[in-house]
Design a binder for this molecule. Sequence first.
Ligand SMILES: O=S(=O)(CCO)c1ccc(-c2ccc(C3CCCC3)c([C@@H]3C[C@@H]3c3ccccn3)c2)cc1
Length: 236
Amino acid sequence: GGLVPYLAELERKVSEHHRLAFQSKDGESDWQLLLEEGEMKVYRREVEEDGIVVDPLKAQNVVKGVTAHEICHYFWDVDIRMEWETTVEIVKLVEKISDDTVVVYQTHKRMWPTMQRDSLFVSSIRQVDTGDDEGPSWVVCNFSVDHPSLPVSNKCVRVKLNIGLVCQTLVTPPADGQPITRDDLSCKIAYAAYVNPGGWVPASVLRTLAKREYPRFLRKFSAYVQGKTKDKPIMF
Ligand SMILES: O=S(=O)(CCO)c1ccc(-c2ccc(C3CCCC3)c([C@@H]3C[C@@H]3c3ccccn3)c2)cc1
């Protein structure tokens, strides 16, 4: 389909998110700590492009009792997105490119006083070898594409996004011979979001919105996955 050129870009973005995920931010001292809550740390850089706020966001968290595969699976699975994503109105699977790569269309709830936004993006899940002794990472990358069947509508402003969720499973080995239980598991998460609102939004409005909504999403989504998996066999 018309998406073949995007598949090369997708591979580049997955590698980039994986490379940057657990890299310490010392190099980029201009990250502003927005919030620190237990293991969750949320940072942002203040960036404007042509007067439009496009602040990159970076967050780390550790979620107990779940694996990297489980966190990435529930983040990627379009069918259950509305169970945890409270800021979108419509989620539509536009095209299934492969078992781990789909094209998704979403409308985001209108945030007064801004115009409603929509997004059209490739969403891909995969395991990436990390090369260290912590075992492989699981990665989900969502990034905007143009798609012939979803032209930009005059009702919504199309955002441009590039999102990376990179996760690693941490296991504290149980007493020898004991099977691993969820009490021995946690998942280290690195979330990166670059969202261009696609049109002018007052800087203060967007920055307040991001400061509230990203931590809310990380809290709600983490708790959602813990709830969904607690009585299920562990998905490594
Ligand atoms: O991680 S995901 O892939 C999850 C799949 O849904 C994702 C997360 C966030 C967005 C997103 C889309 C639009 C907007 C704004 C732009 C102007 C008016 C709305 C924002 C701003 C940053 C604030 C925000 C942050 C989190 C949640 C909602 N709102 C974020 C898109 C995708």
